[in-house]
Design a protein around this ligand. Structure first.
Ligand SMILES: [Zn+2]
Ligand SMILES: [Zn+2]
Length: 434
């Protein structure tokens, strides 16, 4: 893979007015971007207004449903999804400025954050169709306040079209990586990967964000991925924070009560290796080099990791062959969704998934001729500054989206639902307790 030292690439980039090349380290907030980093300008909130968006749920009979709630698929590449997400400069800066995980040591806050990330998979992908549209907008609105400054004087926004699309890609791309690492019974074929990409378009449509960064064909998507890995993902202080666990000399004395030291100390080296493994093992060699963790990952580590993947594959295959209940083979949300739909994930094949997607697309084409798109806005409820959010107890604030007027371009505001006030974090969802 080409890294950023490629001469031609460098010349191209510096003449591009939409790209800044840092010639020295630049600090912004608590984050640092290093000299030589390439920073394309990605500003602005690309949310779509209700009249401009069309939200299409992912059919249950889909490869996304089959693999996205499979804990073996999610687990085999460890922290990789979070790491490659944070290596996108604007996302890394957003996490550095806003993330509860970085800022808070409180496990309750961290659990809350993990819960809201899970909503993208459990709440949007596996939701019943009418809920999927509502949850998609909730997930999007949750990102409204994630914005700030980049070191070159430009702004970033989590809902910028390119930035939000990459965050989306990191979810389903994890299935490709899991397949390449060898945890499935056999690697996915190119056609299966292409089908997953097609289904990911439906998933993305549910968030109500401009999809102009989304490639049209799978060929284009492969080129998109290669370009992101070769040219867009950068090392930074925040990225180093994310891989930091791999370097840490974990001291059992710090978190194990003294009376158990006799037991815990001999286990410490294994625990340390396990932490290192789930942090960096799933990363491609070129990404390990860019994050400068290749020196702590030896051929011996790689061999041991391969054995670990083989163990996962054997366990996964065993559970499938013995017909273990879905609750042991899938995340709770996925197992519940399969039960709700009366669908066995083992019956989902490339052919059935293609049929289901083609049918869903044909049906909606017919429906669009017949009727105007359904609105997902709830009834407008009056709110005042004296009200508090049932989820986080914050006092409501005038909605930023519509400047407290309840209207945008003559329509009810898409963030506060016309209530004019909302929670800074939970927006229009302040009425119902978490
Ligand atoms: Zn709230
Ligand atoms: Zn509003």
């Amino acid at each position: 893979m080409t890294d950023m030292i490629d001469g031609d690439l460098l010349a191209d980039q510096t003449t591009d007015p939409a790209v800044t090349m840092l010639d020295e380290d630049a600090t912004v907030g608590e984050n640092v971007f290093y000299a030589g980093t390439r920073l394309p300008i990605r500003e602005g909130d690309a949310s779509l207004r209700p009249k401009d968006r069309a939200q299409y749920p992912v059919p249950p009979d889909s490869l996304l449903w089959k693999y996205m709630g499979d804990p073996f698929v999610l687990f085999v590449s460890g922290q990789r999804t979070a790491i490659i997400e944070n290596m996108w400069p604007q996302l890394g800066q957003g996490v550095s400025d806003h993330s509860m995980v970085v800022k808070s040591k409180d496990p309750a806050v961290q659990a809350q954050r993990a819960k809201s990330s899970q909503k993208t998979i459990n709440g949007v992908l596996y939701a019943a169709p009418e809920d999927a549209q509502k949850y998609g907008i909730q997930v999007r609105n949750f990102h409204k306040s994630i914005k700030g400054d980049m070191p070159d004087g430009h702004r970033y926004h989590a809902l910028n079209a390119e930035t939000f699309y990459w965050a989306h890609v990191t979810f389903f791309e994890a299935i490709y990586r899991a397949s390449d690492l060898g945890v499935l019974e056999r690697p996915l074929t190119r056609d299966e990967k292409a089908q997953i990409f097609e289904e990911s378009k439906e998933w993305f449509s549910l968030f109500g964000v401009d999809d102009s960064a989304q490639p049209q064909t799978y060929d284009e998507f492969e080129r998109y991925l290669r370009n992101v890995f070769d040219n867009e993902l950068v090392n930074s202080k925040l990225a180093q924070y994310t891989v930091g666990l791999a370097r840490q000399t974990l001291r059992v004395e710090k978190f194990v009560p003294e009376k158990y030291h006799w037991f815990a100390k001999p286990l410490a080296p294994r625990l340390r290796w396990f932490t290192k493994m789930i942090t960096i093992a799933g990363l491609e060699p070129s990404i390990k080099r860019r994050l400068e963790v290749d020196d702590i990952w030896s051929t011996w580590d790689e061999r041991r990791y391969r054995m670990f993947v083989a163990l996962l594959r054997t366990t996964r295959n065993g559970l499938r062959r013995t017909g273990a209940p879905l609750k042991y083979r899938y995340t709770p949300a996925a197992a519940a969704a399969f039960a709700r739909e009366g669908l066995d994930p083992d019956d989902i094949t490339l052919e059935s998934a293609r049929r289901a997607l083609a049918q869903a697309r044909a049906e909606r084409a017919r429906a669009e001729h017949a009727a105007a798109p359904a609105t997902v806005l709830e009834a407008v409820v009056d709110a005042t500054e004296a009200d508090t959010c049932a989820k986080c107890k914050r006092h409501l604030e005038p909605c930023e989206e519509c400047a407290g007027t309840g209207l945008v371009d003559g329509e009810h505001c898409d963030v506060c639902h016309g209530a004019r006030f909302g929670c800074r974090v939970h927006h229009a969802d302040w009425r119902v307790a978490a």
